[in-house]
Design a protein around this ligand. Structure first.
Ligand code: G
Ligand code: G
Ligand code: NA
Length: 255
């Protein structure tokens, strides 16, 4: 872990990359954007986010990855535009750690980076994991309200895995629920998964929030999600997360 920590500081620009996983609308099947995921290769070996994100959080450097991700969104948009693609309506989802939100300068840093890269906050979804939202609830919620007022979409990630009380959902300011892939992959063949999936669907409907399903691996799962009224999907059925150039190719083919 210490070795990883030391390498992180030498490495940020050189060996971190952002990959983009396409997000599709279930009604039209059109591409609507992508989730941005960080990748780190150290001495030729990939290190999983599950391993490095906690380390980067603990060193106080997680915001650097977020700002780096925004620079890569700009790069993607410029690349798409240079290919003549109109991508003004695309949404880019980025993963935010609650550790970052607790920094009082979080919002101003985020807005400054977006201005620098000429990105409208209306095109950014901020994904926050459910479990992490419970601690520091009042403060985090205040920040979320402010971010929403600037145009950001707030998405609750890994929904259903946090064992959290449902009462916080009534108080939390968010825009969208992202159902965890553990309830999505295999849903078609497993009646227990269907029960959980359907409960989340009706919860989202009653709260009047759109749903995103991740981990959609085949057409049956996509059709299931669509039939249940899930608005957006991502997963291997459409594409794995792609490096920027490959994502641009994907967009060109999707057109
Ligand atoms: O690709 P997968 O293993 O790529 O990613 C697993 C998880 O790692 C994501 O769902 C997300 O929670 C986390 N993750 C990936 N990239 C980032 C990032 O840039 N910032 C934060 N905070 N988390 C990330
Ligand atoms: O934390 P989050 O759930 O956002 O991270 C997404 C993770 O899930 C990434 O590691 C990504 O590579 C992986 N992933 C994306 N699509 C699929 C899929 O269809 N099936 C499975 N098993 N994993 C996926
Ligand atoms: Na995510």
């Amino acid at each position: 872990e210490t070795a990883l920590r030391d390498s992180f500081h030498q490495d940020l620009d050189k060996s971190f990359t952002v990959v983009l996983q396409p997000l599709h609308d279930t009604k039209t099947e059109c591409l609507i954007g992508a989730e941005c995921l960080m990748r780190w290769t150290l001495e030729g070996k990939p290190i999983s986010p599950a391993e490095f994100i906690p380390i980067v959080e603990s060193t106080g450097d997680i915001n650097k990855l977020t700002l780096f991700t925004l620079s890569q969104i700009r790069k993607t948009v410029e690349h798409l535009q240079s290919e003549g693609m109109d991508c003004k309506h695309y949404m880019f989802a980025i993963n935010i750690s609650v550790v970052e939100i607790l920094d009082v300068k979080f919002e101003s840093k985020l807005l400054a980076a977006l201005a620098q890269h000429n990105i409208d906050p209306k095109r950014i979804k901020l994904e926050l994991t459910e479990s992490a939202l419970i601690d520091n609830f009042s403060y985090v919620n205040e920040v979320l309200v402010s971010l929403q007022s600037k145009g950001f979409t707030i998405s609750i990630d890994d929904f259903g895995t946090g064992f959290s009380s449902l009462s916080y959902l009534c108080k939390l300011n968010f825009d969208e629920i992202k159902i965890d892939r553990s309830f999505v992959t295999n849903v078609v063949k497993d009646s227990k998964l269907q029960s959980v999936f359907n409960s989340i669907v009706s919860l989202a409907k009653n709260l009047d929030k759109p749903l995103v399903a991740e981990g959609v691996e085949d057409m049956e799962q996509m059709i299931y999600a669509k039939a249940k009224g899930v608005q957006y999907v991502q997963g291997y059925y459409y594409s794995k997360p792609l490096p920027i150039d490959a994502f641009v190719e994907y967009v060109l083919e999707d057109k």
